[in-house]
Write a protein that binds this ligand. Sequence first.
Ligand code: PEP
Ligand code: MN
Length: 338
Amino acid sequence: MLVVMKTHATHGQIDHVLDAIRAMKLSPHPMPGATRTAIGITGNVGAVDSRTLEVLPGVSELIRVTKPFKLASREMHPADTSIKVAQTVIGPGTLTMIGGPCSVENEAMILRTAEFMMENGVRLLRAGAYKPRTSPYSFQGMGLEGLKILDNARRKTGIGIVTELMDTDNADAVEQATDIIQIGTRNMQNFSLLKCVGKAKKPVLLKRGMSATLEEWLMAAEYVMAGGNYNVILCERGIRSFSDHSRNTLDLSVIPPAKKLSHLPIMVDPSHGVGNREFVPQMALASLAAGADGLLLEVHPDPDHAASDGAQTLDFAAFKKLLEALKRVAEPLGKTVN
Ligand code: PEP
Ligand code: MN
């Protein structure tokens, strides 16, 4: 249920509606808009008795939200969401770049990559300190030490950090070191982790589960939003299919329906999507054409010696070339690359 307030509703009237919703043992989610405030209601199992709220002063109308994901749905929030983070903004009109290595390997390579990104106008650096690896014998990431390296790079260069949170135990440490908390594909339905980042003060980059439907993905976003963190960025990173020509099948066809159903920004990770650096640029450009709001790309000063995912990682020259091509394609599409 969505309560739409009148254009000139006072703060007092809005607070009164919030209290009335709490008194019904439900959760109100106020969403101030350009002209008026809307209040989403969650927590109800059945239909909400709308008459109690309809008659309150300042209320314009009540709209029933039919989708199972409420806060993530466009019914609840018709305008596209913009998320301000680390001197940049993710949302309509922009293609936001996030570049960096798969894993934090050492301080020098992180600093070098952060400086390279800043020089090229990229304001967000990705790198995992905690790595979800298929094999327990593969490099597992530098953990806390890796977070310190990221935090240092942020202080020295001013770049924003994107890094993965794998378990609730490290939530505070990751939240402090990062500007965007990444939830990986394998954790998209880790409901305790989703509830945990629902309480975080930093935006969440929610990767699509490798076998998740669009509805399951939006329900995962709903878990985060229901906790009070409305800054969720969706990220398509490829799903499992019968294809064996690529690491995953990058499902760009999910972007238009995701945009129709949800107001949340959507990014694409072509690196994990295709798994081969030779094919990453083509799919990055295709992501832009399909309506992506940003790209997450693996970039390393020396990909052939990367500790993880080197095969799908671009070197600096290839990233720079792709960035130029993206700028040329973005312009006629009415987007700026940031
Ligand atoms: C990553 O971005 O390094 C990563 C592990 O991604 P995913 O969760 O999509 O596999
Ligand atoms: Mn990786």
